[in-house]
Write a protein that binds this ligand. Structure first.
Ligand code: SAH
Ligand code: SF4
Length: 346
């Protein structure tokens, strides 16, 4: 099946250019933009502000959806929903909605599969299958925004921690954020986004220079090169000292706090000694640490740490002056861990 181009792949300038090429007045672009990102229309037919001929022309050349919801799973507590989407090229990706008090946090994907090969990660175990376009990244948010709209709600936060390495698909990821951030459209504040990277140093430096208001998280998981390499092969290319130096530079340039992610794996990286080494490594950095008990995957023998050890780990960091949160694993019963549903789908 040849799929039409996705309209979300055009930004406002792209729409303006299109309207100009089609001999339309410039304000038509604004009308389309508003319909797509404020009204969240699902079909060009519904853009009633446009003349019928223009609606037909748009519908003839573009589509409003590249994502086909194939499987939807709700956690038993009803707070977490996960959707497996098929892409036009036959690949599959996942996005998750997590409701917590007044927050509606979305976890979205940037790639089908991932090239980074982290051993404990279901997505890494799949290998790389392809990049998403900016529009396909944004569409995951718009899909859930429509769902929430029917309840009078909206996404409040977007974490780019689904399938894939966002800094390995940098331009599309940033374009998607810019699109959703646009004040005349979806208007979700840059501070509401968090992008998580395994530690691609050149991209971290670029991100720091661009001085975005977007939050940055670094997946660390170990404090020593040999150990980190055994879990995160990319560490061979970008060793810990250089990574931490890039993080310091990021904090210096942006004056923003940085987050470090640590998946606690039983008897692997959950000891008190490890916590102390981590505190040494992060000393003096304006940061926050998120620890999360490992979500066990089929391709990896490691197990989750215990609740007690997770608390112990947190207390050590806190005592050393580093704020730390133990994240609860959400939606375990629906394979809400990164890449786990796509694995099952195959
Ligand atoms: N590629 C990016 C973002 C996607 S992964 C990155 O690696 O940061 C999002 C987070 O989930 C990362 O911190 C990653 O290390 C973590 N993660 C992956 N598999 C996991 C698992 N099985 N259990 C717990 N955390 C996991
Ligand atoms: Fe890719 Fe992140 Fe999974 Fe590593 S943890 S394989 S970088 S998605």
């Amino acid at each position: 099946m040849t799929e039409k181009p996705l309209i979300y792949d055009l930004d406002i300038e792209g729409l303006e250019k299109l309207m100009s090429v089609w001999g339309q007045p410039k304000y038509r672009a604004g009308q389309v933009f508003q319909a797509l990102y404020v009204d969240l229309v699902e079909s060009f037919e519904d853009i009633t502000t446009l003349p019928a001929a223009l609606r037909d022309r748009l519908a003839g050349q573009f589509t409003i959806s590249h994502l086909e919801a194939r499987i939807t799973l709700d956690s038993s507590d009803g707070q977490t929903r996960k959707t497996l989407f098929g892409l036009p090229n036959g690949e599959a990706i996942e996005a998750v909605l997590m409701r917590y008090k007044k927050r509606n946090t979305l976890c979205i994907s940037t790639q089908a599969g991932c090239a980074m090969g982290c051993v404990f990660c279901a997505t890494g175990q799949m290998g790389f299958r392809g990049n998403l376009t900016s529009g396909q990244i944004a569409e995951q948010v718009l899909y859930y925004a429509r769902l929430l709209k029917s309840e009078g709600q909206r996404p409040t936060n977007v974490v780019i921690m689904g399938m894939g390495e966002p800094f390995h698909n940098y331009e599309a990821t940033m374009a998607a954020i810019d699109l959703l951030n646009h004040p005349k459209g979806f208007n979700l504040g840059a501070r509401r986004f968090t992008v998580s990277t395994v530690g691609l140093i050149p991209a971290i430096k670029q991100f720091a220079r661009e001085n975005r208001q977007v939050n940055l998280a670094i997946s660390l998981h170990a404090t020593e090169d040999e150990h980190r390499e055994s879990m995160l092969p990319v560490n061979k290319q970008y060793p810990i000292n250089e990574l931490i130096e890039a993080c310091r530079e990021y904090v210096r340039l942006t004056s923003r706090r940085i987050t470090f992610e640590w998946a606690l794996i039983r008897d692997e990286n959950d000891s008190q000694e490890q916590a102390n080494r981590l505190a040494d490594l992060l000393a003096g950095i304006n940061c926050h640490v998120n620890v999360i008990p490992l979500n066990p995957t089929e391709g990896y023998t490691g197990q989750a740490t215990t609740r007690e050890r997770a608390q112990q780990f947190r207390e050590i960091l806190e005592r050393r002056g580093i704020p730390c949160t133990v994240r609860v694993r959400r939606g375990i019963d629906i394979n809400a861990g990164c890449g786990q549903l796509a694995m099952r789908g195959e």
